[in-house]
Ligand binder design. Structure first.
Ligand code: IMP
Length: 449
């Protein structure tokens, strides 16, 4: 016997599930460098569009396949899959010269970029004076104690101009007189700061303008109303993957402020950084390294400063893709993980670099923080308190086996599966895939999307 209401419910559920996957998002759940590039590359074959929503060339993805290495800073890794369009959203800050360099490198490796790259007219431009101010501010004597350890790419000052409502936007490149006016007053303002506050050299307006005019010619045909492009694509049933940069705990609002980047790295940033509505986002995939790393300064409760940290850095090749700086390394942090799940509504985890833990006799998992004589499960907003916290650990047995060749989840050593299941239990989020090496084939699928 058939119950019509049940059939209807099943249909509704199916419609919902289909719709839910039209737009998916990938977010970093730690302090960046979780391996988002590889995961976006793996997932992107199921999507028509990959769109980035925040950050700029402070991000760096290294993707290896076919014996080639691709290093990307602005462009989503989706560009490596033929037929996929890539969007740089309004929430981004773009260094045009370095973007062109990236396009050239990809073109030399036979990747067609120009016909598939769309740049939001509302994205902001990183200007030479932003880079100067960023570097001067980091190295100035008064900032010495409080240096953020930025990537020196001008990210903070570019977003500061956006918030001051004086920033130069990509769309301004198409309007020469507006561009000239804006650049002139911005250079004057920036030079005053550089000279008076940092005792540094300013920028030459004519030089800045000449460079902008020259580089604008390369990308002017790729400038679009990206919000409309993405929304129309969603309306027409195209599948869109939203790519976050950096990580949850570098978020300007919810990260370990002031040791953060200057954009919203969490899922809310995808809505404001592209113009998609929250209900459009069906699935959120959190990228989680099997341990924790951080570059730059700021609180890092599970940091390992001794030989174990060195060992993780060496095996994991933990050096920044953008600056080459050694990354600080430490155990996996369940408190930071749970906060990420709450902030991003994470549906699945992609666990990366599990193989880096292959030779650790025992592995620690942080389940709480001790602050004075209290155990807490949040990161205090006061950076001094956040730095003073001691992690509370649970210790598990390591697997002491090379897992890089493992293809099936069941073939992983019991201790490795146990470790992953503890992560699932602490966070309440199922693992979708486990990465055990940099190559596409070094991936174990546990749950398909
Ligand atoms: P900014 O984004 O260059 O202003 O740097 C601010 C902080 O974010 C510094 O601690 C940087 O090291 C960190 N950061 C920025 N981009 C990345 C990234 O892609 N991965 C990891 N850390 C990052």
């Amino acid at each position: 016997m058939c119950f019509p209401f049940l059939t209807q419910r099943k249909k509704l559920l199916q419609t919902f599930q289909n719709d839910a996957h039209v737009v998916s998002a990938v977010v970093g759940t730690q302090w960046g460098d979780e391996g988002k590039g590889k995961v976006v590359d793996l997932l992107s074959h199921s999507f028509d569009i990959v769109a980035r929503y925040q950050g700029g060339p402070n991000a760096g993805h290294t993707v290896k396949y076919d014996g080639k290495t691709f290093v990307l800073h602005h462009i989503p890794t989706g560009i490596l899959r033929p037929g996929i369009s890539c969007v740089l959203g309004n929430g981004m800050v773009i260094n045009i010269e370095s973007l062109i360099h990236e396009i050239d490198q990809l073109s030399k490796q036979s990747i067609d970029v120009f016909s598939r790259l769309l740049i939001s007219e509302n994205a902001h431009i990183i200007m030479p004076y932003h880079i100067k101010i960023d570097c001067a501010s980091e190295s100035s004597a008064h900032a010495d104690k409080e240096a953020i350890g930025t990537t020196g790419r001008g990210i903070g000052p570019a977003y500061a101009d956006k918030a001051r409502r004086t920033g130069v936007r990509i769309g301004d490149l198409l309007h020469p007189s507006l561009l000239e006016k804006k650049v002139k007053s911005n250079v004057e303002y920036a030079n005053k700061i550089l000279r008076a506050v940092y005792d540094a050299d300013g920028c030459d307006y004519a030089e800045v303008m000449a460079k902008l005019e020259k580089t604008a010619k390369y990308i002017d045909k790729n400038i679009v109303n990206a919000r409309q492009y993405v929304c129309n694509a969603i309306g027409n049933g195209k599948k869109v993957l939203l790519e976050g940069a950096q990580g949850t705990h570098l978020d300007i609002d919810f990260g370990t402020y002031p040791f953060v980047t200057s954009s919203n790295t969490t899922i809310g940033g995808a809505c404001t950084g592209l113009g998609v509505g929250p209900k459009d986002i069906g699935t959120v995939i959190g990228i989680m390294k099997a341990y924790t790393t951080r570059v730059g300064n700021g609180p890092f409760p599970t940091e390992l400063e001794g030989p174990k940290g060195e060992k993780m850095r060496k095996i994991g090749d933990e050096f920044g893709a953008t600056t080459g700086r050694p990354r600080r390394c430490g155990w996996w942090d369940g408190v930071a993980g749970k906060i990420s799940v709450q902030l991003n509504n994470i549906d699945y985890f992609a666990i990366t670099k599990l193989d880096v833990l292959d030779t650790f006799e025992s592995i620690r998992i942080c389940t709480g923080y001790k602050l004075g004589n209290r155990v807490i499960d949040y990161i205090p907003s006061n950076p001094e308190e956040a730095c003073a916290m001691e992690p509370v650990y649970e210790e598990v047995e390591g697997w002491n086996t090379d897992i890089t060749g493992v293809k099936e989840y069941e073939e992983l050593p019991e201790q490795a599966r146990n470790y992953l299941e503890i992560i699932e239990k602490i966070t309440g989020v199922p693992v979708m895939l486990v990465s055990v090496g940099p190559r596409r084939k070094e991936t174990i699928w546990k749950n398909e999307l």
